[in-house]
Design a protein around this ligand. Structure first.
Ligand code: AMP
Ligand code: TRP
Length: 347
């Protein structure tokens, strides 16, 4: 039985979203929503793998939900909710803790980066994080996962978990009516956004990230026009003018990043962008880039601020989304419990 096409993705509520989230993930999410059933999640259970102040977590959850909607996510069409409100995620994550192997998790580069040198002090949750992520996707038997480049390894792990589960429980899965023996689909990473890897404005070799201590390294979706323009003005560059062809960006990480951002914001290819801005000095190009950024992001920021002033409305949207998410996950989880061999009510 082929699985129905279904899209799932999520972001952590750990502060304001930035241009990398927007170009790397959000724009793809909006695109998919036009043609597919989509489930978009604010992954608050993932957020607490590192310490979160409860009041800040509440605020960030609403902020991320508002950022999704301000970027174009339609909560009537797509399902928008926060992860902690659908218990299937935590339950399935436990089952996957028992399917995934230690050796698989030991290979996860994000854990190594996040845990840093003092691994003994990292939470067990941070280590098991990819299993929860696999559970997010597979609790809905989702088939497509639009994300930025950095999440590819986690989605490959989700595929391995799905495959191992299908193999381990094949007989039971067939008995449950899945003739081909595949209870879980193998979810596909979709890494095709206009900016799948947006780099820091201060260092073209580092990823733009919420956790960078320098706020000048990123453009937040909530930054106002003046801040956006100032950050672009201060962005690191090199002394050469921009090349006219893509090959000329090689070994110029800052130029490559800024032109990539410009092209993504304008919705054109890097080659076409260079036809337009090739030969310009950075000072001139930065004015163009600043204008493009402000005209795309300023309305998004304004809408986020408007929604943050009406948190009750946001909460209602999340509660409604959680109910719709549960309606999909509950029957899947019921079948799953039976497949694993847990005794419970029939039918
Ligand atoms: P995070 O901010 O880590 O919760 O990531 C949320 C989504 O944004 C994921 O799909 C990431 O892959 C994507 N993302 C995060 N940072 C970047 C970046 N600098 N460039 C492109 N995509 C990114
Ligand atoms: N780990 C992802 C990130 O940091 C967020 C995430 C959690 C996610 N669960 C997911 C992304 C499921 C896609 C699908 O960006």
């Amino acid at each position: 039985m082929a699985h129905k096409e279904r899209v799932f993705s999520g972001m952590q509520p750990t502060g304001s979203l930035h241009l990398g989230n927007y170009l790397g993930a959000m724009l793809q999410w909006i695109e998919w929503q036009k043609t597919r059933e989509c489930i978009y999640c604010v992954v608050d259970l993932h957020a607490i793998t590192v310490w979160q102040d409860p009041a800040e977590l509440r605020k960030s959850t609403r902020l991320v939900a508002a950022s999704y909607i301000a970027s174009g996510l339609d909560p009537k069409k797509s399902i928008l909710f926060n992860q902690s409100q659908v218990t299937a995620h935590a339950e399935l994550a436990w089952i996957f803790n028992c399917v995934a192997r230690l050796g698989w998790l030991n290979r996860m580069t994000q854990f190594k980066e996040k845990a840093g040198k003092d691994r003994e002090k990292a939470s067990v949750g941070l280590y098991a994080y990819p299993n929860l992520m696999a559970a997010d996707i597979l609790a809905y038997q989702a088939t497509h996962v639009p994300v930025g480049e950095d999440q590819k390894q986690h989605i490959e792990l989700a595929r391995d978990i799905a495959q191992k589960f299908n193999n381990d429980f094949r007989e039971s899965i067939v008995a449950a009516g899945y003739e081909d023996g595949n209870f879980f689909p193998l979810p596909e990473p979709v890494i095709t956004g206009p900016g799948t890897r947006v780099m820091s404005l201060r260092d073209g070799k580092k990823k733009m990230s919420k956790s960078d201590p320098s706020d000048l390294s990123r453009i937040n979706l909530t930054d106002n026009a003046e801040t956006i323009a100032r950050k672009i003005k201060k962005a690191k560059t090199d002394p050469e003018p921009l090349p006219s062809e893509e090959a000329g960006l090689k070994d110029r990480p800052e130029a490559q990043n800024l032109v990539g951002i410009y092209a993504a914001l304008e919705g054109i290819s890097v080659g076409d962008a260079l036809k337009d801005v090739g030969g310009l000095q950075f000072s001139e190009f930065k004015t163009r880039l600043g204008d493009a950024s402000v005209s795309k992001l300023e309305p998004v920021g304004a809408e986020i601020r408007r929604m943050m002033d009406a948190p009750d409305e946001l909460d209602r949207i999340l509660i409604d989304g959680a109910e719709r998410a549960r309606a999909i996950a509950d029957p899947i989880m019921k079948q799953l419990r039976d497949i694993v061999g847990f005794v419970g009510p029939k039918g």
